[in-house]
Design a protein around this ligand. Structure first.
Ligand SMILES: [Zn+2]
Length: 405
């Protein structure tokens, strides 16, 4: 059955025996030990991998990138579209999210972490609908409302309406008490984890309160942090993972490694969506290449996420999100590191390493296949041909024959 990549090791020939949605046996012997009546699916020379994980997505945003004239005039990349999403009907929004979730699954992302901008209960409800079989989509980790400082995302709203609009999407953290209350409000909606945005605008005491309350309630905390000061705040507060991390220093990456804090890289994919000046583009790409080198050298645990919130003309959401693999590769990350990041490390970052991750006995039978070898050509991951989630075939474009033994 082709090759199976398991925790970075390549096995060939690969065979996987699946029972009741879980992996029962892996390796050449799996086929021999299959009980009578087992359905055999021969995928020829395809490469088998466990699921892809998108560590950072926004299924409730499908923002049309503003035209260049609009961006030049206002200096804003996403605010008009994001504001529109927030004030739209939640019913309309959740139906869009359901479509994007299905598209992610069809591209091999059987697990995604949704990190904010999904209304009050959008992603928790979508997660439950998927788990309940009412909607087709990936296993979803929901963050509910993002904890932010007032004014860090949408600004200049009509003062008479501002609070009503903001609370549809965010929980405002003005101090430690509000921070704890925000975590509790998200917990009330059944979130899986807490997302807090740090932009040098929330006090250290508040960040510490977020982490303390979330951990008390057995939830992980992930912090959006681009700048050095915010990254340090996140490290000092003891968050579980840091999103983006653009300005992380060697020292900070070592501290993260020592404390077991994950870095979730969000690669530079924007030039494919926004028309951007060559200078700005080079700058973004070079900064990312420098970060990738520092990360690889530091030994910090890292995963990756698409941070996809934009409508990508001509691509489904899954295809758009999968552009992160070639983006990481262009920034100098070796294919095996990319694959580890979005499979094994991603599962550990989510705290789900006991359920997902490698193709191993006892784990959910999430298996994808690509026609070629992604270790030679990482862009194979943009063309996932076969998707199985929990033992059920979602998509199969490979020439295969199935039979019963
Ligand atoms: Zn994001």
């Amino acid at each position: 059955m082709g090759i199976a990549v398991i925790a970075g090791q390549v096995l060939s020939p690969g065979a996987v025996l699946i029972e009741n949605g879980k992996v029962a046996e892996v390796g050449p012997s799996a086929q021999d030990r299959a009980p009578p009546q087992t359905r055999v699916l021969d995928l020829g020379g395809a490469t088998l991998l466990p699921r892809l994980i998108d560590g950072h997505t926004h299924l409730f945003l499908d923002v049309v990138a503003p035209a260049e004239a609009e961006r030049t005039r206002t200096g804003r990349k996403y605010e008009p579209g994001m504001l529109l999403a927030i004030v739209e009907s939640p019913a309309k929004r959740v139906l869009t999210a359901a479509k994007l979730a299905r598209e992610d699954l069809e591209s091999g992302f059987t697990t995604v972490r949704n990190v904010g901008n999904s209304g009050i209960d959008g992603d928790t409800e979508l997660r439950d609908a998927i788990n309940g079989g009412r909607v087709e989509g990936p296993r979803l980790l929901a963050s509910g409302r993002k904890l932010i400082a007032r004014g860090s995302y949408v600004r200049n709203l009509n003062p008479a309406l501002a609070d009503a609009i903001l609370q549809q999407e965010y929980l405002i953290v003005g101090g430690p008490d509000e921070a704890r209350a925000a975590v509790q409000r998200n917990a009330f909606q059944g979130v899986d984890q807490i997302k807090v945005a740090l932009n040098r605008d929330i006090s250290a005491a508040s960040v510490a309160a977020v982490v303390e309350q979330a951990h008390l309630q057995k939830m992980k905390v992930t912090a959006h942090a681009h700048d050095r000061e915010s990254i340090q705040q996140a490290i000092d507060a003891g968050v579980d993972s840091i999103e983006h991390g653009d300005e992380a220093t060697d020292q900070q990456l070592k501290e993260m490694r020592d404390k077991g804090i994950f870095l979730d890289l969000t690669p530079w994919v924007w030039e494919k969506i926004y028309p951007m000046s060559p200078a700005r583009n080079d700058q973004g790409r070079q900064a990312e290449a420098a970060l990738v080198q520092k990360v690889l050298k530091s030994g910090v645990k890292f995963s990756a996420g698409s941070d996809m919130y934009l409508y990508f003309p001509g691509k489904t959401r899954g295809e758009a999100s999968a552009t992160m693999f070639t983006a990481l590769s262009s920034s100098g990350m070796p294919p095996l590191d990319i694959i580890r990041a979005v499979i094994a490390n991603g599962a550990e970052m989510l705290g789900w390493q006991d359920r997902i991750g490698a193709i191993e006995p006892g784990k959910f039978a999430d298996i994808i296949a690509v026609a070629g070898d992604p270790l030679k050509d990482i862009s194979e991951l943009e063309r996932v041909r076969f998707v199985m989630k929990e033992g059920r075939i979602v998509k199969n474009e490979l020439r295969s024959h199935s039979s019963s033994e």
